[in-house]
Design a protein around this ligand. Sequence first.
Ligand SMILES: [Zn+2]
Ligand SMILES: [Zn+2]
Length: 220
Amino acid sequence: MLDIRDGLRKYRDRVPEDVGAPGSWSVQGGDAGETSDPASKEVLDEAAGQQLSGGCFCGQASYTFSATDVLRTAYCHCTQCQKLTGCPFIHTIHLRSSAVSFALPSSAATAPTLSSTICASEIELNSLPHVLRAYNTPLKPHKTRLRCTTCGTCVASMNSLTGTTSVWGVHLARSPSGRICEWDKVKPTAHIFYGTQLVDIKDVLGKWSGYENNSDRLDV
Ligand SMILES: [Zn+2]
Ligand SMILES: [Zn+2]
């Protein structure tokens, strides 16, 4: 079993401290105010250094990762994300597949437990954990979408070419006030694939035709 925190921090993109603040339209749904709320800050302080967790709507499919293993975090406006999620854009978080650990409950009829886990990098499509089912788009067969077998929520996308796995910010654990835990460590740093945006975003984050710092900047 791989240690999900092993040696991947050097790949992590630097996350500027002053980005992610809400613009004229608060795309972060109030999460950006987390650090100014004393009660929420206390929750964040307690969670500092701990694993982040996320999962599907019903809770059967869940995963953990460390905020220090985040490679990229951005709002993605690509057409595949749009069609697969039914949303104009989605907060995507990229990690090494070895850094994402899925819980393996003993059976679909019991509550999920973290006592048994499997890294995304170890998941084999011909012997999926019973809590997950897979879908590969014909356009990008190297990308496998993992869905909960019960509620159908898509909880992750594994890329066999890059060895990375994407999860989505909306699925992460929340503080008692409903805000995403460790927000400062996972908040988006850019809008990517913005050329196909369905909503004009007026915030401080850069808008890129592809990935951040690896494509054309569209807002300058
Ligand atoms: Zn579910
Ligand atoms: Zn996308």
